[in-house]
Design a binder for this molecule. Structure first.
Ligand code: GSH
Length: 130
């Protein structure tokens, strides 16, 4: 079982490398807006989880540099995820707001949809209105 898991993890990492998308080119000013907005978000994820790879591909495709936190590698991240999000499940997007509270969003497809809306990715140049 451990061997199968190991092989599967290597396969996922290989596919991740092989099909990793190219990034979005922006002006330095536009990228700075994206980076500032990204600083309010962090992604709890595992390296070889296919759903996490899907979210990381979207981040890469859109050139969104989120902080990634691996609960398997850091017990603090593990505690944050289970206490804050309520589930020990990845991927999970943590959204920190101005009041110091956090929202926790599970489900890879919902995370990608959230990123597309938060960064206005389907509506041309990035704005800093959020
Ligand atoms: N439908 C979810 C699936 C996420 C999922 O199954 N993640 C696995 C890791 S690959 C996990 O965290 N499992 C632990 C659990 O479900 O408690 C998504 O698209 O994000």
């Amino acid at each position: 079982m451990t061997l199968i898991r190991w092989v599967l993890a290597r396969f996922i990492l290989f596919i991740d490398l092989l099909y990793r998308p190219k990034g979005t080119k922006r002006s330095p000013q536009e990228q700075a807006i994206v980076d500032e907005k990204a600083s309010k978000l962090s992604l709890y994820q595992y390296t070889a989880c296919p759903f996490c790879v899907k979210v990381r591909w979207a981040m890469r495709r859109y050139s969104i540099d989120l902080e990634t936190r691996n609960p398997k590698e850091n017990p603090i991240f593990s505690e944050e995820l289970s206490a804050g999000g309520g589930l020990m499940k990845v991927p999970c997007l943590r959204i920190d707001n101005a009041e110091g509270d956090s929202e926790w969003l599970y489900e890879s497809s919902e995370i990608i949809t959230y990123l597309e809306q938060y960064f206005d990715l389907n509506q041309g140049p990035v704005s800093n209105t959020q």
